[in-house]
Design a protein around this ligand. Structure first.
Ligand code: NAP
Length: 239
């Protein structure tokens, strides 16, 4: 019988909003000490950092270690979308989206790994996107960056499996968050939220809590034999 996960120190990037916030709340309910790393965090467990800036991440993680102990759970949920016709996409716009979604994930994992290696135990969960399965017009930079996140997940799972560290990804689809609502308001979804519900096999919009539930599993003690997996949480939209 595998023991239930003892309280660990978890860092959730992008934890001030949407999916990241629900994950932070869920991991706290699971009994972990949770630190939120975000551009504009609020509350005692918030640590301000831009995930594209390694010095800010290192400084924030040093504070987290001091306050809450070594970081052995990391969830990379910070992300930024982007919508632009490819022929009009500037390299700067491409780079910004790749920086936040892919390079941010690289930095946070590399910064947190020493604690996991020292502990001989770790859980890393990367929030990618279902667009890596389906493709998405006008989001070439975003789809490319999130596909990189899936690839990084698979490579690191093999590299760090022998060290007791699992690395998995959740590519969400159509989750009701400020990011989704903002895209809907700007007419960028290819239909209204209601239109999309009609196209979703389970006939509802996804909730941040749906992603948090999958994340709770991946970060649990029981999931120690599950690594390198890309678990779609998408209401059946990308089966
Ligand atoms: P959200 O509500 O906009 O939350 C994203 C959070 O990340 C915000 O708090 C944001 O801060 C923060 N953030 C952005 N850039 C950052 C940076 N450079 N450093 C630190 N924090 C940063 O979006 P969400 O929908 O919950 O998205 C969470 C993750 O799921 C993202 O990676 C997104 O790409 C992915 N995703 C979402 C959906 C969906 O349907 N919602 C679908 C596929 C993938 P500010 O608000 O201050 O900018």
């Amino acid at each position: 019988m595998i023991a239930k996960t003892a309280g660990r120190t978890a860092v959730v990037t992008g934890g001030a909003s949407g999916i990241g916030r629900a994950i932070a709340e869920r991991l706290a309910a699971d009994g972990h000490r949770v630190a939120v790393l975000d551009l504009n965090p609020s509350g005692a467990a918030g640590y301000k950092a831009d995930v594209t800036d390694r010095a800010q991440i290192d400084a924030a993680l040093a504070e987290v270690r001091q306050d809450l102990g070594p970081v052995t759970i990391l969830v990379n949920a910070a992300g930024r979308d982007g919508f632009k016709r490819f022929t009009k996409l500037s390299f700067e716009e491409w780079q910004r989206v790749v920086d936040v979604n892919l390079h941010g994930t690289f930095h946070c994992i590399q910064a947190a790994l020493p604690d996991m290696l020292e502990a001989g135990w770790g859980r890393i969960v990367n929030i990618s996107s279902s667009s890596t399965h389906s493709g998405q017009p006008f989001m070439a930079h975003y789809v490319a960056a999130k596909s990189g996140v899936n690839g990084l997940t698979k490579a690191l799972a093999l590299e760090f499996g022998p060290k007791g560290i699992t690395v998995n990804a959740i590519p969400p689809s159509f989750i009701d968050t400020p990011m989704l609502r903002s895209a809907a308001e700007r007419g960028l979804l290819g239909g209204t939220v209601e239109d999309h519900i009609e196209r979703t096999p389970v006939r509802r919009v996804g909730l941040p809590e749906d992603i948090a539930a999958a994340c709770s599993f991946f970060t649990s003690e029981e999931a120690g034999y599950v690594t390198g997996q890309i678990l779609g949480v998408n209401g059946g939209r990308n089966t």
